[in-house]
Ligand binder design. Structure first.
Ligand code: SAH
Ligand code: SF4
Length: 356
């Protein structure tokens, strides 16, 4: 039996498990502020408690087995878990730090970390490499949390530096809702990493009933919908889950989702050459999102060996974007961060499996 790990628990839960409860706050500080890797390092805990913790909990659920650097500053990690399964996460440098001429800091670097929540995925989208390996298992909350902790530690990112988290790595977050919600609570704890829920974005292929469930929890997280197609027939081809949850059901669930006043629901639209890159699609997208506080993120399809799909032409991407923005819809094109490494999630792990 693999022991639970400390990062599986919210501070309140730890306070129930470990007496006296104030120890939970101290443990949180060691784990999330000082990035310790052993209970022995928790100097202000009594020896008896350290021994108790060692017997009952783990503190290092992931090991780094591969790191790949990209020219644009993003860095991809492949982690191995206790059972030998692997998952990946990516540190994205969104903005480099900048200095004034006198050498003083103008602004700090801005980071976003993309994390995984499952080994593989059940959803089976035809364009996605993660889907190819099928579904192996859900990650625990601690395994999700640890991806951020390791990346912060390895990159000397100060404990109180703000960063953004996107659940856009391997797996479908709403198919592992319990652990994902738990991890979100751990991330936002002010005595831990203090990554506010409005800095967290959960991306889903559109499990409408779970979107509703997540919304009712009022966590304050942002929602991203992987839409990718504007009519059900094409969406079913790309994403078989559309048979269970069609476009209308997703739009209805989004309309009821609580959105932070300053935020919008993000609609991800993976653009595939000659499949969904025409202006007719842009037109339908515009009417579909009518009345929703939405923003669209166009993503270049990132090809990999064995796929029939192709990367779109930049001019078509720009035309698509232009159509939407000139009609008042917020629309960005996702920079192909990390294109020289294995960019889209699932691709580093796949390379590794082929090599081994
Ligand atoms: N399962 C969730 C979150 C993980 S996928 C979801 O689907 O939203 C994260 C994003 O990566 C999705 O928008 C997905 O469409 C995109 N993606 C998958 N394969 C890709 C590829 N080959 N190139 C570019 N993006 C890809
Ligand atoms: Fe799963 Fe998302 Fe990949 Fe679809 S795109 S198979 S939902 S990880």
């Amino acid at each position: 039996m693999i022991k639970p790990c400390i990062q599986d628990f919210t501070r309140e839960e730890l306070g129930q498990l470990i007496k006296p409860a104030f120890r939970a706050k101290q443990i949180y500080s060691w784990v999330y502020h000082k990035y310790v890797t052993s209970f022995d390092e928790m100097k202000n805990l009594p020896q008896s408690l350290k021994e108790e913790l060692k017997v009952n909990y783990r503190i290092e659920p992931l090991q780094i087995i591969k790191v790949e650097d990209s020219l644009d500053g993003s860095r991809k990690y492949l982690f191995k878990m206790a059972d030998g399964n692997t998952v990946e996460a990516v540190l994205l440098l969104m903005k480099k730090e900048q200095y004034h001429e006198d050498g003083s800091m103008k602004h700090q670097a801005k980071y976003t970390v993309c994390i995984s929540c499952q080994v593989g995925c059940k959803v089976g989208c035809s364009f996605c490499l993660t889907a190819k390996s099928g579904f192996l298992r859900d990650l625990t909350a601690g395994e999700i949390v640890e991806q951020i902790r390791i990346i912060k530690r390895e990159n000397n990112i100060d404990a109180n530096r703000r960063l953004n988290i996107v659940y856009m790595g391997m797996g479908e977050p709403l198919d592992n809702l319990k652990a994902v919600v738990q991890s979100s609570k751990v991330f936002s704890d002010l005595d831990g990493m203090a990554i506010a829920s409005h800095r967290q974005t959960i991306s889903t292929s559109g499990l409408s009933s779970k979107i509703t469930k997540l919304g009712k929890m009022e966590l304050g997280v942002n929602l991203a919908i992987s839409l990718h197609a504007v009519d059900d027939a094409l969406r079913e081809e790309l994403m078989p889950i559309n048979k269970a949850y069609n476009i209308k059901s997703i739009i209805d669930a989004v309309k009821a989702f609580p959105v932070n006043d300053r935020k919008r629901v993000m609609f991800e639209y993976l653009v595939i050459k000659d499949v969904n890159d025409d202006i007719g699609a842009a037109k339908k997208l515009l009417s579909l999102l009518n009345g929703i506080k939405a923003k669209v993120n166009l993503i270049y399809f990132n090809p990999y060996g064995g796929t029939q799909f192709k990367r779109p032409e930049p001019k078509d991407m720009i035309e698509f974007q232009h159509y939407l923005t000139t009609r008042g819809l917020h629309c960005t094109i996702r920079e192909s961060k990390g294109l020289d490494i294995s960019a889209a999630c699932g691709q580093l792990r796949d390379n590794e499996l082929e090599e081994s």
